[in-house]
Every structure is written in C-alpha cells, then in structure tokens.
Write a new protein. Sequence first.
Length: 773
Amino acid sequence: MAICVSGGQTAPPTQAVKRMTTTPNPSTSPAGEAAALRERLSRLSAASLRINESMELDTVLQDVLDSARSLAGARYGVLVVLDGGGRGEMMLASGIAADEFHGLREMPGWEEVYEYLGGLSGPLRVADFGGHIRALGLPASLPPVPVCAFLAVPILRLGRVMGHLYLSHSEPGEAFSAGDEELLAMFAAQAALVIANARRHQEERRARARLETLINTSPVGVVVLDAGTGRPVSFNQEALRIVERLNRPGQPPETLLNGLTIRRADGREEELADMPLARLMSAGETVRAEEMTLLAPDGRSVAVLINGSPIPAGAGESGAGGRVESYVVMLQDLTELEELGRLRAEFLGLVSRQLRTPLAAVRGAVATLLEAGAELEPAETGQFHAIIRDQSERMRRLIGDLLDVARIETGTLTVSPAPLEVAELVEGARQRFLSRGGRRGLEIEVDLAPGLPPVLADGQRMALALAHLLARVAAGLPLGSSTVRVRAAREGLYVAISLAAQGAEDLSGEPPRRLGRFPQVEDEERSGAGLALAVCRGIVEVHGGRLRAGSGGRGLTVTVPAAEGESGRAAPRVAASAAARERLRVLAVDDDPHALRYLRDALWNAGYFPVATGDPEEVPRLLEEERPHLALLDATLPGHDGLAAELVRRVLEEADAPVILLASSGQEEAMAHALDLGVSDYLVKPFSPAELEARVRAALRRRDQPHLAAPSAAYVLGSLTIDYTQRRVSVAGSAVELTPNEYALLAELAVNAGRTLTHDHLLHRVWSPGRRG
C-alpha cells in the first residue's frame, strides 16, 4: 500500500478532474484499445487547441498547467519555468490553495529535493513519492498538501529544458499509468513550442513598446507613410508638433498633406504629389538630408531637414528586395536653428562694428607716427601714443566682454554670490565707471531707501554690470545734463537699483520692457554699448535678477536678490540650502522635446529632481503622485490658451507650489497677465542653465519665506475685539461670522493699524494663491 507524504487534511478539489484507471484489463479487445487511443488523442488535441488560444505568456503557462493536470487526472499540479540560463524564473500551481502554495515554496530543508527534481532530463513516475525521496537520502519533511503518486515531465525544446511539469494524486491507491506518462510527454513537446512562441510574442511587444517610447520622446519628427497611397499611418509627438504649426485648429493631421507645398533649398516650389520624395517613396529609394520648407495653404511655413527610408514588405524575412510596404520620413525642425543663426549673425555684426572703431583709431595713429614721426612735436607724439594705449585697452575690454557673452550663452559663467551692502555695491560701480573713462564732470546722485537689506551678489561682476549701465545712461544724456540718479528700494525678495538721467520722467508707473538676450542693432548703433548690455543682462540673470528698461528706453532697472537675514548669517543659509535641494522635485511641462530635454538636464545638474512631461493631460496625475515643490510651465502649450491658465491654477491650488512660466520673446503683455494669475516668475527662451537655477532658487526661497506672525495679544478697538490666536472676531461680545478672506483682510488691517497699505499689498497678503495660514 502506498504511503502518502501529507501535511494533514485538505479541502476538496476545486474542480472535477477525470481519473484514469491504472489497473490493466487483460480482456481488453483490440477495438477497445483503439477506442481508448482515439479518446486519448482527442483529449490531447483539445488540450493543444486550448493552450494555443492566447499569446499572453502568463495565460499560456496557466493553460498548459491546467491542461496537463486534466489530461492525467491529477489532484495537484505545479509548473516551474526556467529562464535562458536554466534558473527558475516562475512557479505556478493548479488545484492548490494560495496559502498551501506559499508553504510549498518555502518548505525548510527541501532545497535538495527541488534541485533533484529540477535536474531531471526525462519523465519520472513513482507510486510513492515519499518513499522515493527517502530512498534517495533526501529530506522528507511533510509538505502542506498530501502527495502520493507522482509524475514529473520535463518540457524540452531543441534539447534545452524550458521547464518542468509536476503532477500528483492525493489519495492512496491512485497511480499514474505508462499511458499517462506517454500522453504527458507528447503534450509537453507541444507545450514547449507554444511557450516559446508566447515568449517571442512577449519579447516583441516589449521591444515594440521600448521603440515606440524612444520614437515618441525623440526630438526628431517621425512619420510613417503607406507606400501605396502616400497616406500617413502614424506620427510621433515631434511630428505632430510640427504639423500643428501648419494645421488649422481642429483639422486632422492626415488632411494637411492634401494642400501642402514644398519649397526646396534652391527656391523652387512644388506640390507634394509632384515632389521627388513621392517618386522616391514609390520606387523605394532613400532620401538623405534634403532641406525643405513646408508651406500650408494659408501661408504658414516650417523649415525642416528631411530623411526618408523605405520599409520593404516582409522586411527581416525576404530582405529589402521585395515590394515597398511603407516609408519612414524623419523631419528635423530648423526654425529655432535659423532664428538663432539670424540673431547671432546680427549680434556678431554689431560686435564687429564696435571693434572696428578702436581698431581704426589705432591704425590711424600708427600710420601718422610712421609717416610723420620725425616732424611731430613730442607733445603730439605723446597724444598719438595715448590714443593707441586707450583704444587698445578699449579693444581688450570689448574682447573680454565678448568672451563673457560666450560663457553666458553656454552657461559656464561662474559667480560667487555673498552678502554685500547696496551702498558698497553702488560705490564699486561708480569707481569702475570712472576708471574706465567715464564722462568727465558727470555727477552721480545716489538715493538709497532706508533699511535696505544686503544683496546676494558677486561684488566684482555685479559692480562691472552696473558700471556698464552707468556708461549706457550717461551716453544717452542730452547736452546740458550732467547728473545720473541711482536709486535703490526693496521689491519683495529683491532690491531694485534704478539708473536714470536727471530730468527723466518718473517711470514707476510705466510697464517695464524686458531687454532681449541679443540687443537690437538699430538701438545699439546709437549708443555703441550693445555688447556691454548683453554682458550686463547675463551677469544680472545669473544672479537670479532682472534687467529691464522703461518705455522708450528711459532709465534702466536691475533687480538683485536680497540676502536673507543679517550679513553674517546669510552665507551659511545659502550653503545649507544645497543639501535641501537634493530632495526638491521640480515639475517641467513643455511640448517641445528639445526644450524638455534641456530642462531635465539643467534641473538635474543643478541638484533638483526633474519630473518632466510633454503632455499637459499628465499634470493632474503628476501633481497628486509627485507633489512637486515648484513647476515650470510652457506658456504656449498646444490646445490651451496662451498662458496655460488652467495649469497655473491647478498647480497653485493643488500643489501649493510656485510657478515659473516659460515664454518666448514678444509676450510681454502675456507675462503681465501671468503675474496677475499668481505665477512667481517667468523665463524668456532661450535661457542658460545658470539663469534657470537662479530663478528656481529664488522662487523656492520666496515660497519658504515665513510671513510676519500675527501678534499674540488680542486687538481691541472700542467694542471690536480680534483674537488672533483663536481667529475669532466679536463686536460687543457677540461673535461675528467671517469667511477666511474676510478675516484675513480684517486681521491685516488691524496688524498694520496706522499705516498706509497699498492695494497691491492687500491683494498679495489676502488673496494671493500662495498665502499660508
């Protein structure tokens, strides 16, 4: 009698299984044997069909195990799947409860048993599994389920073991027959092929998903066209962005090709259907680096670099010599490169004109000395020597400024900010201005507001920037004017330093005009300070400040971050914040893959954790899951209004995080509206990584700045009482019900009783989205 290896009573079978008799019947006729064989083959065929119904690997494996258990009439079944290196990858069970299966996997001392079973290269059929294990000298502790008769069949493919099927009966007297073993061996051979196909299908799906992700995040547009009809089959995100610049709102991207015109590099224009690209697509030829401009019917255009390759039907099987099935076109948007090239060309032209002036003076002085040196008086010779010296020094400064511009553009300009008194900074700028040949007789009038905090700045570089700005303002003074006023006042977390000529109109109420990254040529030809202005702007923005001009260019204003606390305490706080930045998450939203990659790299290099997405629909989920400390939002997201107002509102309300808007030049009115929405700051593209880091740092510092605490003592005026600690208001002892904003307004007025508060101050303190408390 067989002795079962059992862990006790088990629940009844969860599904009925057909038991195959194992008792030989000598009287069985040949007809009966044939009928039994047909029945077994029929069941094998049905099981084979079942395991071929799905291509999902997990489903296939479970179907293989359930079918094997059904074919052999087993009570329990276990399938162990091996990876390419022969190690156990997955383990599945059938007919075993979850807790029993867990106990079976974690049985102490059974490592040797599992190693023995895993090393089987052929079927194993025993009537007493426990006795077989003991005979081998292996541990025989009780498993969580009763195991009597046992059948193991390896799953082999091309001589390699892909897995093992383990089946068992739970009742004494039940056994597996030789027919069961033979049937399971045939089934395992078919299962090996099905499992291999499912694995290949899974690997292909994973490879396809990785490829689709790579293509969708590529900064190059990819369009797949049907070679027969020329119709687009698929677009990646960058291709859709390019198409949306040419499409009318609501028009499907597929319909754009109907009226699209192509302008070639030589100026010729052709309809898309007449283009060599279409003919090459039909012939299955390759296009390499064809520069073209795509023109929409309404006149909008995009310059692109086109590459195209055919995909033959049956590629990978019959090679590329067959019929062309589809065509892949890659589009690289050249608009930004062309605009950047134009701006750089204008800027270099401006620089060359500024360098030509001192060079001409030096050349003239040298020519005069060479031609008439002997006839000149010593005083005249000294004057020519002074011209050569002064103009050479001017050229040296211009070349130094040009190198600084290059460092600013590449983000390699380094600054060492430290707390610095405003008076000391202004005096340093005045001394530099005078030492660099400042206008004689010019009076610089300094007006500093009382109680100004120190600024966080690199003293030498910021003084150089202010000296350049003094020279610019002085150069524009009309005849008879001899005074430049320098004023400094607090603006939130910044100190604003304004420079203006005496008699200039007060511009405090005028909308500021932000100076562009590359100065306008027509403006700079009058002042001759375009290169210096670019250096000033770069230095100021690397510090996290702004350089702006009033209407008509009257007056210049620089904002510099104020140092927190007293001078002696500010530097340690700045240094300590570097460790905190390691944990800060910054959400970046931009549909341009180029810009998104730039933001991701710049934020990572600055010590922040970037949470980047090109899909605005992902923002709510990212706000909930990532809880960013700050958000960078593109102001011109497709499908949204120009300010992406809804995204700004969601970030401010749901994440309570400051927002920095990323905008293009020429959006000054939009930026003013953005500030009204509650954004903390904005950046105008293109910007350097150093400027981005400074803006983010300033916005986070502004967020963490504590508001002034309300007094602990209650405010009493006549019958009015305001209890700040309990946030309660009463009149003559009766409580007054107020909304949070009503209470905040009343408390703000009470705390500042006797002072004049501006409308903007109340809006910021009471209705600001980022108000705490």
